[in-house]
Design a binder for this molecule. Structure first.
Ligand code: ATR
Length: 278
């Protein structure tokens, strides 16, 4: 189907809302996927200011929109306006994907599962593993939930503001009794044997700094950075100089999109097509 000329009255409409939304990779990734799968569907960006979020969600049903991605700054606030929310999204406290079915909105969160799928590149399975998460913001929370749901045996959160790390692990202590959750300091990292270390902080995005500057990485087997721009962060360089395998956040971006595509269409996402498009 030619997307520019093939739009008809029966074309299904998908969208992303954010503020700003201009730089999102999702429209090109999903339109390439729809086209490849020969689905009569189109994906468009909508810039929605924070005060218009309730109205935008109410309009989904009125406009017969099939599915939606939600990005900054709406991911948390949108929960209040949905009919149903998956357990994972409720635990994370954020929704990035919505489908509208039989006149009801169902919200989920594909960021964490997208991150876990990106680890297959190492390869890495979370079950029974010890994982360190740097950072305690929204991204850290999504990844912590996904790792615990996937059976990680020990998750350690290290954050500049340690109180936030403590709060994060306390929130989930009863939710995931099978996973040992701890808030530690950077100094304590060197004494640990770590299967996977993940950077969820913004350090390395614009400042050419590693969140582990001056910290020994000797006992870390794998390093993942959720930053994808730059594609190579100072933390990744630090790890590579010790021959530790690394991945950046491109895989998480790709696979959260694949999981959203599958949530909407119940069909396997054309991963290679979406990857090429990114
Ligand atoms: P997101 O939702 O993307 O996770 P966030 O909630 O703003 O974003 O969280 C950003 C994370 O990066 C936080 O863990 C933050 O640490 P603090 O809680 O101490 O603020 C971390 N971060 C940001 N800048 C940092 C810096 N210069 N050094 C260390 N950590 C930093």
């Amino acid at each position: 189907m030619n997307l520019l000329h093939g739009i008809t009255g029966s074309t299904r409409v998908y969208a992303i809302i954010g503020h700003p939304v201009k730089h999102s990779f999702s429209p090109s990734m999903h339109n390439a996927a729809f086209q490849h799968m020969r689905l009569d569907a189109v994906y468009v960006p909508f810039s929605v200011a924070p005060e218009n979020l309730p109205l935008a969600i109410a309009c989904l049903k009125a406009l017969n929109i099939a599915g939606l991605n939600v990005t900054v700054p709406h991911k948390t606030k949108v929960l209040a306006y949905l009919d149903e929310i998956t357990i994972t999204a409720r635990r994370i406290g954020a929704v990035n994907t919505i489908k509208i079915e039989d006149g009801r909105t169902l919200g989920t969160n594909t960021d964490g599962v997208g991150f876990i799928r990106s680890l297959e590149a190492f390869p890495f399975q979370p079950e029974g593993k010890t994982v360190v998460i740097l950072g305690a913001g929204g991204a850290a929370r999504g990844i912590l939930v996904a790792l615990a749901e996937a059976g990680a045996s020990r998750i350690i959160v290290i954050n500049r503001t340690q109180g936030k790390a403590v709060q994060l692990v306390e929130t989930f202590a009863d939710v995931f009794p099978e996973t040992q959750l701890q808030a530690l300091t950077l100094e304590q990292l060197t004494a640990l044997s770590v299967d996977l270390l993940i950077n969820t902080t913004t350090v390395g995005m614009e400042d050419h700094r590693s969140p582990l500057e001056g910290t020994h990485l000797g006992n870390v087997a794998l390093v993942a950075d959720i930053i994808y721009n730059p594609a190579q962060t100072p933390l990744m360089e630090q790890a590579q100089s010790l021959n530790i395998p690394t991945i950046n956040g491109m895989g998480m971006l790709l696979y959260q999109g694949c999981a959203a595509f599958e949530f909407w269409t119940n069909q396997p996402a054309p991963v290679e097509i979406m990857k090429t498009q990114l």
